[in-house]
Design a protein around this ligand. Structure first.
Ligand code: NAD
Length: 459
């Protein structure tokens, strides 16, 4: 099929690449010329495992990139995958969606039926809004010449290609017969064994071809829009809950790791998203919880559980700072090393991460901060240009004259740190592992005081 994907970010570039790998003639459109140039040079516009092998294989064959919206005129399916950040009042800012709709509308053709598929995470009612905008700018009749369907994206950064090729679910929100039919046709190769067999050579990860296929779920547009927010808010609640249990364990005794393992054995609960941390963060959970809360309040049906999870999460970020104060007494003049600026490993995405919140609080209290991240330092620096912190190109250097080193993001390479060497650089040998990820024995062998999360000091 002829497909256009508007937006070459984490969602758009990966979706476009995966569609092109499935044989669809796919053009990625972005207003950022740098991202388009990178794609045309055969490079990934974002850091995401697997993209650096797949993009050069496909570019110029089934994958194309341009700053022009003109390919919309011939497309059978146009994905919208532009950003939907939080506005000042906490609700989603739809300015990029509206600008995109205007450009698409100017190019819609009456020659054939076009499906506009909303991949961006958007509030309930946005498909209706975009339908109106498209009808106004194109002069065409909605549901006769085009339809807008909701197709929320659930990929995880760091596993994005894997998630797009092998999703747990594909959700389509539409009641339009041709809209539904074109989306089924588009996704056919994603949900058939033949499609997967053809794609296997492209994968940089292993996958069992006999594993169950994605659930293909069709519903109405508003429900599909809400499924995305409801899912992210639910996961945020789950993480906040285990983090609160971690705090409780530290005062009454118990080990949160064992509690999570024991809870997860119940298939109704499951093991996933029960890993303790310094709190959830990143480019999705904060804005998505904020939007769903804002909408629920607007309609007088507040999601109280989600509200509590948001408050609890901020408390968890702060808890890391409090743990440091408990150990170091005062933070004034203390030097703190931070391992990890991205919101999770295997991504360079450093938008709205727990690191920026925690670093702000440390600086407010007079600490000196030195940081490392394998991929996220460039974006973190660009987003926080005025932060008076030192960027280290080697994780060991975060220990230089430090009074504490704090692991925030569990990058695999931090398990390989030479703790003897790091200890030799530190002023006070103390490591706070907010993910319970490092090997405490190795760290203690280096005569460093190791502290995890959610494990009572009394055990
Ligand atoms: P992103 O910021 O990485 O990418 C958005 C891209 O859209 C940018 O490259 C930007 O230049 C481009 N853009 C903005 N306005 C444009 C316009 N008028 N025309 C063409 N291009 C334009 O964002 P992202 O992380 O890919 O997220 C996109 C959407 O997908 C958001 O709604 C997000 O909530 C949702 N989402 C993200 C993830 C994730 O893990 N990142 C997962 C699921 C859903």
């Amino acid at each position: 099929m002829k497909v256009v994907c508007i937006g070459a970010g984490y969602v758009g570039s990966v979706t476009g690449t995966a569609l092109a790998a499935n044989g669809h003639q796919t053009t990625v459109v972005d207003i950022d010329p740098d991202k388009i140039d990178r794609l045309n040079r055969g490079e990934s516009p974002i850091y995401e495992p697997g993209m650096d092998t797949l993009v050069p294989e496909l570019i110029g064959k089934s994958l194309f990139a341009t700053s022009s919206y003109d390919p919309v005129a011939d497309a059978e399916v146009v994905f919208i995958a532009v950003g939907t950040p939080s506005g000042a009042d906490g609700s989603a800012d739809l300015r990029y969606i509206k600008a995109t709709a205007e450009q698409i509308g100017k190019r819609l053709s009456s020659d054939h039926f076009t499906v506009i598929a909303m991949k961006s995470t958007v509030p309930v009612g946005t498909a209706e809004l975009v339908t109106t905008l498209l009808a106004e700018t194109s002069g065409l009749t909605a549901e006769t010449h085009f339809t807008v369907v909701s197709n929320p994206e659930f990929l995880r950064e760091g596993y994005a290609l894997e998630d797009v090729f092998f999703p747990d679910r594909i959700v389509i929100g539409s009641v339009h017969p041709q809209g539904l039919q074109q989306m089924r046709q588009l996704y056919q190769s994603f949900i058939s064994r033949e499609g997967y067999e053809r794609l296997t050579p492209h994968f940089t990860f292993t996958y069992d071809l006999n594993a169950p296929r994605a659930n293909y779920f069709e519903t109405d547009t508003k429900s599909a829009e809400l499924i995305k927010y409801a899912s992210n808010a639910f996961l945020a609640v789950k993480i906040s809950y285990i983090n609160e249990l971690a705090r409780l364990c530290e005062v009454i005794g118990g080990n949160v790791q064992d509690i999570a393992a024991g809870m997860g054995l119940d298939s109704r609960i499951g093991h996933k998203f029960l890993q303790v941390s310094s709190g959830w963060s990143g480019s999705c959970f904060p804005k998505d919880t904020s939007e769903i809360l804002s909408t629920s309040e607007k309609y007088g049906s507040e999601l109280m559980v989600v509200k509590a999870a948001v408050e609890s999460n901020e408390r968890m970020h702060m808890y890391v700072v409090e743990k440091l104060i408990r150990r170091l007494k005062s933070l004034n003049g203390k030097r703190i090393g931070i391992l990890g600026l991205s919101f999770k490993p295997n991504t360079d995405d450093a938008r709205k991460t727990q690191a920026s919140f925690i670093i702000d609080k440390l600086l407010e209290r007079g600490a000196l901060v030195q940081v490392h991240d394998p991929q996220g330092m460039g974006m973190f620096r660009a987003l926080n240009p005025d932060l008076p912190i030192e960027y280290c190109h080697d994780p060991i250097q975060t220990g230089r004259l430090a009074d504490a080193v704090v692991l925030l993001t569990h990058w695999q390479e931090y398990r390989e740190i030479d703790w003897q060497k790091l200890a030799s650089l530190m002023r006070q040998p103390y490591v706070l592992d907010t993910r319970n990820f490092l090997n405490p024995n190795e760290i203690q062998k280096a005569k460093i005081h190791y502290e995890g999360m959610g494990v009572s000091e009394h055990l």
